[in-house]
Design a protein. Structure first.
Length: 251
């Protein structure tokens, strides 16, 4: 027979467990009565599905040291941060495209079906030569820093994989000696918004990071924000600078 003290402790423990179980049931049953209607509705809605990538990469070749790789991502990059009040001022201090390092005169292909709405339209930036394609959903893809005038013309219908032009350098008079690369942007219909191409282009992005990426600027007041390829802000051209940090993590 167990000692009386042991039995008493066991009964107390069982009673505590029963009270906890009943309390939990009551909380679950009546918690909804004290929630705002909007929160109740939100709780019942399924989580939004991630958007499926609908475009392809702007090259016919896979990434590699002799073909292409990503040298600067879209978003709150360190380079964009340090140039936030000059080069990237109109883009809220954000690098609003992806830079693909590639040999000069690499073939650049269209990421999706559409119609050419700009050929050397430098009101979009990204000179010395560029091309802009409007896609059926209203997205615009911009191919910047081309070597020469693009191979497509205004109003021309294009398919995914069609030749757009040849990659060049942002300093054309250096003859591709500065930093040869393709600058690719995806903008929304009225052209005033840029979004992260990582979410819209089907690719193994992490494998494309073959180069020495200088990283994302880190705000010590919010150190986890905008630190991954996927978690980057949308850009509103002409809007306020997003990364004017009081305390920056210096790398």
């Amino acid at each position: 027979m167990a000692p009386a003290g042991t039995l008493r402790l066991a009964r107390i423990a069982a009673g505590v467990a029963l009270v906890a179980q009943l309390t939990r049931r009551l909380v679950l049953k009546y918690a909804g009565l004290f929630m705002p209607a909007t929160r109740l509705a939100q709780r019942e809605l399924p989580l939004p599905a991630e958007q499926e990538p609908i475009y392809q990469l702007p090259f016919a070749t896979p990434p590699g040291p002799s073909t292409w790789y990503v040298e600067q991502w879209y978003g709150n990059t360190n380079i964009a941060y340090y140039l936030r009040n000059t080069v990237y001022r109109e883009g809220q201090g954000i690098h609003f495209g992806i830079d693909f390092a590639c040999p000069c005169e690499t073939e650049v292909t269209c990421i999706g079906d559409g119609v050419v709405i700009g050929a050397d339209d430098l009101s979009y930036g990204a000179g010395p030569h560029n091309a802009i394609v409007e896609h059926p959903n209203g997205d615009l893809s911009l191919y910047g820093h081309l070597r020469w005038f693009p191979e497509v013309r205004w109003g021309q219908a294009v398919k995914a994989g069609d030749l757009i032009g040849y990659s060049g350098d942002w300093l054309d008079n250096w003859g591709c000696a500065a930093s040869p690369h393709l600058h690719l942007e995806i903008r929304r219909p009225n052209r005033n918004f840029a979004v992260n191409p990582v979410h819209l282009i089907k690719a193994d992005w992490h494998s494309a990071s073959l180069g020495r990426f200088l990283g994302f600027a880190k705000d010590l007041d919010n150190p986890r924000r905008w630190q991954t390829l996927e978690d980057q802000p949308e850009t509103t051209f002409g809007g306020r600078i997003l990364n004017e940090y009081n305390s920056l993590w210096m790398r």
